[in-house]
Design a protein around this ligand. Sequence first.
Ligand SMILES: [Cu+2]
Length: 90
Amino acid sequence: MKTKNKTVAYDLRASSFNWEIAPGKTIQAWGFNNQVPGPVLRANAGDTLVVRLINDLSEATTIHWHGIALPASMDGTDATQRPIEPGEVF
Ligand SMILES: [Cu+2]
């Protein structure tokens, strides 16, 4: 039986945070949702993945994707997408 494709949505908050890289050793890191690496995004083949990027960094950023089919305007390169400024949501 074929399951119906669905829309799967995630929020990724880009920010700077304290990351304990070894016991007693903490550094300032940039990442998504206060973790390095960022969270795993799970969807099934055929689903539509909607990712909302909240930029809480002090600099503009984008997300560049590999391995999935997506519109060029969502692919996070300077050639195809305007950078997401600090405080913006895309
Ligand atoms: Cu690439």
